[in-house]
Ligand binder design. Structure first.
Ligand code: ATP
Ligand code: MG
Length: 340
């Protein structure tokens, strides 16, 4: 059974049926490109990747290797595979040391690890799935392009030399800035993973809190599982306290916006987020830099992993091109801007 731990309790994995279907299809066919999954912070990328790895691990057709590139010190968490090899053996193949997390070290040494694995296990009839989770946060923006090329070339080499049945390389990121670097790369393709839909949000909230706050949670979090858990568990469903904690963070960002004389643009964008894309003044571009870097907004122009598009929904702060990562940000920003 796949379990998700939330403090002392365990919760069920909800939905993602279409996304899992697509991942299974990709895993069976393989892909010549590095398949990136990109989406709002806390929308469930890691959980989906782990669930997917778990769901195929007992099928002998698949060899799956999952790497948590930001795991700092626990080897058992940094790498997971369904082949019969110890984590110690994998780590022994890496001799260099860098000043990056353990998971990042594994990600950067994937080539060595894979050749070790390939020498020990027959892979010629296997569907190989390699998942590198949160790679950008771990290796840094400056190495993203290099790393995409590295993964791509590694994939090509394995296919030529070892002829697996298929090979799929998946990577995830939530860094808005990184998606521009990824998008311009011809060896990579981006799929959007969005927050949970309303029914799945209900299913998640029911496991954590009482039903009567479902509507509020939906309107404030837009279905972002990390924020739902934060509000329902850490803040014990105390919406007021949760909002004031968010306000503290946003005050700081508004302060920067004010110092850069961009308040006028922020007022406009709070009412119409697509001005970040369609506003023909440099102020919108400068503001976009701040909002994207602080993970308040995210570009949503890509099709989703389930081959759909996220529809605009002004109530939830979702525009045609950009969206607030959670709708609560617009409520708080309006409040801060009205005060000043
Ligand atoms: N489908 C799901 N069912 C139940 N809980 C979920 C689901 N997806 C995510 N969660 C919960 O939400 C939390 C945040 O999700 P997760 O860490 O997967 O997001 P993420 O997109 O990887 O975040 P980040 O951008 O920070 O890497 C998880 O710890 C898990 O508890
Ligand atoms: Mg993650």
């Amino acid at each position: 059974m796949f379990k998700i731990r939330v403090n002392s309790r365990e919760i069920r994995f909800v939905n993602r049926v279409k996304e899992l279907e697509k991942l299974r299809e990709l895993a069976t066919k393989g892909s010549p490109l590095v398949e990136f999954v990109y989406g709002p912070e806390g929308c469930g990328k890691t959980t989906l990747m782990k669930y997917f790895a778990h769901s195929i691990k007992d099928n002998k057709k698949y060899t799956v290797i999952y790497i948590d590139a930001i795991e700092v010190s626990d080897p058992e968490k940094a790498i997971y595979t369904n082949i019969n090899i110890t984590v110690k053996e994998i780590l022994d193949t890496i001799t260099e040391t860098f000043n990056i997390p353990l998971g990042g070290l594994i990600a950067l040494n994937l080539s060595k690890i894979l050749s070790h694995i390939i020498n020990r296990f027959k892979i010629s009839n296997k569907n190989i799935v390699i998942i590198v989770d949160d790679v950008v946060r771990s290796i840094g923006l400056d190495k993203v392009e290099y790393y995409i090329k590295y993964l791509y070339e590694l994939g090509t080499k394995i296919k030529i030399e070892h002829e697996p049945e298929s090979l799929l390389i998946l990577a995830t990121t939530s860094e808005g800035v990184s998606r521009r670097l990824i998008a311009k790369h011809r060896h990579a393709v981006i799929h959007l993973l969005w927050n949970l839909d309303k029914r799945s949000t209900e299913e998640l909230v029911e496991q954590l809190s009482n039903r009567n706050i479902i509507e509020d949670i939906w309107e404030l979090t837009g279905g972002n599982p990390a924020r739902i858990i934060e509000l329902a568990v850490r803040f014990d469903s105390n919406i007021k306290k949760w909002l004031s904690k968010l306000e503290e963070r946003l005050m700081d960002i508004v302060h920067i916006v004010r110092l850069k004389s961009l308040i006028k643009y922020l007022r406009d964008v709070v009412e119409n987020i697509d001005l970040l894309y369609e506003g023909y003044e440099e102020g919108y571009l400068k503001l976009l830099g701040i909002l994207e870097e602080s993970n308040l907004v995210i570009y949503k122009g890509y099709s989703t992993l389930s081959e759909d598009h996220v529809s605009p929904d002004p109530m939830l702060g979702i525009g045609r091109y950009y969206a607030w990562q959670i709708p609560a940000y617009t409520i708080i920003l309006r409040k801060i801007l009205n005060k000043s």
